[in-house]
Design a protein around this ligand. Structure first.
Ligand SMILES: Nc1ncnc2c1ncn2[C@@H]1O[C@H](COP(=O)(O)OP(=O)(O)OP(=O)(O)O)[C@@H](O)[C@H]1O
Ligand SMILES: [Mg+2]
Length: 512
């Protein structure tokens, strides 16, 4: 039985055909993956189904009835829930309060206590481990994502749209999430999963629909698909994500931390007495399970978080308490982990976002006046070089697909020609073609003798790019290993287990 049928959906933004005659259906109890490059039209299609956008033409059929979905409340009435690619939580409120906000829309009257109980039950059965009274802004993005999922489940949705739900989860959490999703489908829930991760499609989904440039390329049974078929259908060419960096000598140390301690938002030490060095011509990868202080470390290095103890030295200058602006002037560039909060001004145009931070530079001025022609010329060059789609620099940041927003940030930061590049989760949410591109740019920086610090919870990414890998566990670096190190060994270090093979050959499970 088909629970959803989308027939010939069309949606244009200006002359950009985000969806063009799209047909898609969802069967009861299946996990149907929606795959496609950044900007292919996946979120748009799902936003139409969820009532956030209206389509220009086409039909939406839910459980056999053709329906008008004017707004999300209507979608929820029809049993459709959505977890968005970018969170829609109120940062100042607690987990339960955020969930309560969702319930009110359905007109449901629920006491806080009952609500808490229900959240706790879901927590339990899905292994989410979310503290119901925690305040959203204090939670790591991974946990915030779980709250979003809980919120949709609490609204009694039977059809769940998950827009890249695993982009911010650790491999272990991903496994858990799919365990829960499988349980849901067994009891009659149906799931649409937007993802860029082919393994998730191949391991967990039943069918897959591939979109490119606003149209459906194909719908296949996953049992008939493989990695190469999907990759090619998505980007229209072969993609290589293998390690391709050539050995090279590193030069002088450009970034040095000694005994650095940094607090998290709860004022507890998140980084403890940590020392590291990054030299010219090398990529130092910081691996670790999300939440082990990597984020706080990254923020401290770029001057967004206070260094409580210890020192930081950037290109020969003591920058322990320097402002982000000073770091930038000294030659540091920064790809932030959260592109919405820290990377882009969503209401600004692409053009403005691209020169953000450099707007006072001489090249953008004629005397006292802004040289708009130069801004336009540079912005156009950047969108071309970094393949930002569509190529319209007047669109606002909010109008871009997630992956293209990331490309704008990368374009801006790399175009500053930095000496030191701090890349925090640089390819999160990108399609495989874009990942190949972004990684290529990072490798280019290394080749040009820049120092790169890469923080990523994606171990594959760390293994593909790093010259040395530092593993963070509970705020400390518990080991620095070469990239040839067996993955299992790195995995153990990520779990806090050192000295894998002591004398007897038996693993030593001593926690560090
Ligand atoms: N509100 C909007 N205004 C103008 N254009 C938009 C808007 N929302 C989306 N678009 C455009 O529609 C196209 C499809 O975007 P969409 O967000 O659906 O892509 P996507 O497949 O979800 O990509 P990603 O994987 O990067 O999230 C893009 O070209 C995007 O710029
Ligand atoms: Mg999207």
């Amino acid at each position: 039985m088909k629970v959803i049928e989308l027939n010939n959906i069309c949606k244009a933004f200006g002359d950009n055909k985000a969806n063009h005659n799209v047909c898609f259906n969802l069967k009861k109890g299946e996990i149907h993956a929606l795959l496609g490059e950044n900007g292919a039209g996946k979120s748009t299609l799902m936003n139409i189904l969820y009532g956030l956008y209206s389509c220009d033409s086409g039909d939406i059929v839910i459980n056999g009835d053709t329906v008008e979905v004017e707004n999300p409340s209507k979608a929820i009435e029809h049993g459709v829930g959505m977890v968005h690619q970018h969170f829609m939580l109120v940062p100042q409120l607690s987990v339960t309060q955020n969930i309560f906000l969702g319930m009110k829309e359905t007109g449901l009257f629920l006491k806080m206590d009952e609500l808490k109980k229900k959240v706790a039950e879901l927590n339990e059965s899905f292994g989410f481990n979310v503290d119901p009274s925690a305040v959203i802004w204090q939670l790591p993005v991974g946990v915030q994502q779980k709250v979003e999922i809980l919120k949709a489940l609490m609204r009694d949705a039977k059809i769940l749209i998950l827009d890249e739900p695993t982009a911010v989860l650790t491999p272990h959490e991903v496994k858990e999430l799919f365990g829960s999703i499988k349980k849901l489908t067994k009891s009659g829930y149906s799931i649409i999963l937007i993802t860029h991760k082919m393994e998730e499609v191949l391991d967990y989904c039943d069918r897959v629909t591939i979109m490119r440039e606003g149209q459906v390329v194909d719908t296949l049974l996953v049992s008939e698909a493989d990695h190469d078929i999907l990759a090619k259908a998505m980007v229209g060419r072969d993609v290589c994500l293998d390690r391709i960096i050539e050995p090279q000598e590193s030069g002088e140390v450009l970034l040095k931390l000694e005994g650095v301690t940094v607090l998290n938002d709860k004022k507890l030490p998140a980084v403890k007495n940590l020392s590291l060095e990054v030299a010219r011509g090398e990529i130092l990868g910081i691996a670790g399970v999300d939440g082990n202080g990597q984020l706080e470390l990254g923020e401290a290095i770029v001057g967004l978080r206070k260094i409580e103890e210890g020192t930081m030295n950037l290109i020969g200058q003591n920058t322990t308490h320097a402002k982000p602006r000073t770091m930038m002037d000294l030659g540091m560039a920064h790809i932030p982990d959260d592109r919405h909060k820290k990377g882009l001004v969503l209401d600004f145009s692409i053009k403005e976002n691209l020169i953000l931070g450099s707007q006072r530079d001489e090249i953008y001025h004629n005397g006292l006046l802004m040289n708009y022609a130069k801004v336009k010329e540079e912005a156009e060059r950047m969108v071309e070089e970094f393949d930002v789609r569509p190529r319209n620099i007047e669109l606002t940041g909010a109008m871009l697909s997630g992956g293209n927003q990331q490309k704008v940030i990368l374009a801006r930061e790399v175009s500053r020609n930095p000496e030191v590049l701090i890349a925090l989760q640089p390819t999160r949410g990108l399609d495989i073609g874009a990942i190949e591109f972004v990684r290529g740019k990072i490798i280019e920086e290394r080749k040009n003798n820049k120092a790169v610090l890469l923080v990523s919870t994606d171990l594959d990414e760390i293994l593909t790019l790093s010259d040395r890998i530092a593993i963070m566990y509970k705020g400390e670096i518990i080991g620095i290993v070469p990239p040839e190190t067996p993955v299992e060994e790195i995995g153990l270090l990520m779990g806090g287990i050192k000295n894998k093979k002591p004398k007897g050959g038996e693993p030593d499970e001593s926690q560090v």
